[in-house]
Design a protein around this ligand. Structure first.
Ligand code: DC
Length: 197
C-alpha cells in the first residue's frame, strides 16, 4: 500500500502536532520536512553543499527547534538548488511502502502533488505568534514580527512558495483547540483512506 498525507501551512499553525497525531493514529511514517531546511541552515558553510550531503543523522541535532534555526531555514529554503537537492529524499519517503505523513510548505503542491490526502493547516499570524510566544517567551511583539517575516519569505519566494494546493482541505485552527484540530484532520484522512485514496 502507498498512501501519502501531505500537510502544509505556515509556522506555528499546528501542523507538527496534527502530523504526529495522524501518523500515530493510522500507523503511518512521519517526516517533518522543515527539519531538512533547519539542518541545512544550521550546518553553516555553503547551503547547497550542505543540502547535497545531508544525512538522516543531521536531522537529530538538538538545536534545530529554535527561532533562529527557523529563520535560517527559511533563508536557505529560497535557494532553488537547496530545494532541488532535498526533493528525492522527500519523494522516496512519501511514496515508500506503507502510509506516510509529510508536513512542510510545498508537499501538496511540489513534492507530492499525487498525495491521496492534502491538508492546509493555518491560523491568523496573531494566534500563531501567541502560541509560539507561550513556548519561547520573550517579547511577544518581536515574535509576531518574526512570524510575519517568515510568512512573507515563505509565501513570496519564487520557487515552491507556501500556498494551499487547489485540492487541499483547509483547517483554520485560529479558534480551535488542538484536540479538535487533530480530530478534524483524522476524519479527513479516514475519509480519504476508506475511499481508497
Ligand atoms: O516547518 P518549519 O518551521 O520547521 O520550517 C522551517 C522553514 O523551512 C520554513 O520557514 C520554510 C522552510 N521549509 C520549506 O521551505 N519547505 C518545507 N517543505 C518545509 C520547510
Amino acid at each position: 500500500m502507498i498512501f501519502t498525507v501531505a500537510i502544509d501551512g505556515p509556522a506555528a499553525a499546528g501542523k507538527g502536532t496534527i502530523s504526529r497525531a495522524v501518523a500515530e493514529r493510522f500507523g503511518f511514517r512521519h517526516l517533518d520536512t522543515g527539519l531538512l531546511y533547519r539542518a541545512v541552515g544550521a550546518m553553516g558553510g555553503d547551503p547547497v553543499e550542505a543540502a547535497r550531503r545531508l544525512t538522516p543523522e543531521d536531522l537529530t541535532r538538538g538545536d534545530l527547534r529554535t527561532l533562529e534555526a527557523g529563520q535560517a531555514a527559511s533563508r536557505v529554503a529560497v535557494i532553488p538548488e537547496v530545494r532541488a537537492a532535498l526533493v528525492e529524499f522527500q519523494r522516496r519517503f512519501a511514496r515508500g511502502e506503507g502510509g506516510a505523513v509529510l508536513d512542510g510548505r510545498d508537499i501538496g503542491t511540489v513534492i507530492c502533488p499525487e498525495a491521496e490526502v492534502k491538508l492546509y493547516v493555518t491560523a491568523s499570524p496573531e494566534v500563531r505568534a501567541h502560541r509560539r510566544w507561550l513556548e519561547v517567551g520573550g517579547d511577544e511583539a518581536q515574535v509576531l514580527a518574526e512570524v510575519r517575516e517568515r510568512d512573507a519569505r515563505d509565501m513570496g519566494r519564487a520557487d515552491a512558495p507556501l500556498r494551499a494546493a487547489e485540492d487541499a482541505v483547509v483547517i483554520d485552527t485560529s479558534a480551535m483547540g488542538i484536540g479538535d484540530a487533530v480530530e478534524a484532520a483524522c476524519a479527513i484522512v479516514e475519509a480519504g483512506f476508506s475511499q481508497g485514496g
